[in-house]
Design a protein around this ligand. Sequence first.
Ligand code: PLP
Length: 408
Amino acid sequence: MTTKLDIVQIRQDFPILSQTVHGKPLVYFDNAATSQKPLQVINALTDYYTGYNSNVHRGVHFLADKATTAFEESREAARRFINAASLEEVVITKGTTEGINLVASSYGRKFIKEGDEIIISTLEHHANIVPWQMLCEQTGAKLRIIPINEQGELLMDEYEKMLNPRTKFVSVVYVSNALGTINPVKEMIKMARKVGALVLIDGAQAVSHLDTDVQDLDCDFFVFSAHKVYGTTGIGILYGKKEILESMPPFLGGGEMIKEVSFEKTTYNSLPYKFEAGTPNIADVVALKYAIGYVEKLGKANIAQHEHELLTYATEKMQEIPKLTIIGTAKEKVGVISFVAEGVHHFDLGMMLDANGIAVRTGTHCTMPLMSRFGISGTARASFAVYNTKEEVDIFVRELAKAIQMMS
Ligand code: PLP
């Protein structure tokens, strides 16, 4: 089955893609780091700054009202995007990293105690490791790590064995940014429920590829960043179940998150504003509605199908390249391919590809423990988005094969 999407037309929405780099047409395969932005999103930023730049929520004038309406429309778009039950459950953050830190800090410091256990996995991004380590240092709780197999899949029987009455929190990645593995998070949440643990899902790499329904998943928290789903950098969403968010203390203190302030006592604002101290990144929040609208217009299923075709096509072609090994061969994967080549450093591979206009990521992908698990210092990683094409895969595979042959 071939894609229903008109990729040539879609590429017109992303002017950045039609440039040359080092004299070669740009092939942008670094989408897991950040996706490119369509004109609809870029124009939303310009419209905001040229038409109604103003602070939100506190003003009575025309521009403030317009900015506030646009800001809150994005919250509604995000609610719909992940199917949260209410707007009170949709907190605007700086991104995935801040969302996880908010939960670890606010929920963690109130409810996690010495001897409690927090489970994460070997596949986690540093953003879903370090905040929990910091919490464990502060509270005396213990961090437990779900191991993986050679394909980069979680060992579910080990996870099951780890769960016990001391398990208070499970925080796992939905889709691995380094390997592309899709974790069975719905099943993992059900398993955690049996011991009464809460679950946070790191959805940073999931929302651009998979349909996300937080009510169907029944997760307690879900986090993602706008910039990985055709939105801009510096903003993200934290979803939390209302009664749990209600029970948590504020994360940052300041304007907006308060109801009444006196030197004797301060009372806090209602949800979600209790967790939104200070002036937010208004323009970028406003643009989020357009990023979500863009994905909804194309259809997640169509995007996923197109990216899956690219993944299958590229994987088959790459397997034919001598001395190349793909790291991460899970049965359930999104369009992310990490690879190493015998005798060639991943950094040099990245540089050679760049010289041919091809952008891939090299290094540890903020997953150092995962790299250690495979006994490697890093990988090169190609990751696909809706605007990528088989022709680009052909160029990539050809230049990659040449680079490996030359350097190994
Ligand atoms: N989690 C995963 C799985 C990611 O891929 C990333 C970014 O690469 C993050 C967390 C951190 O996201 P951000 O830097 O946007 O906060």
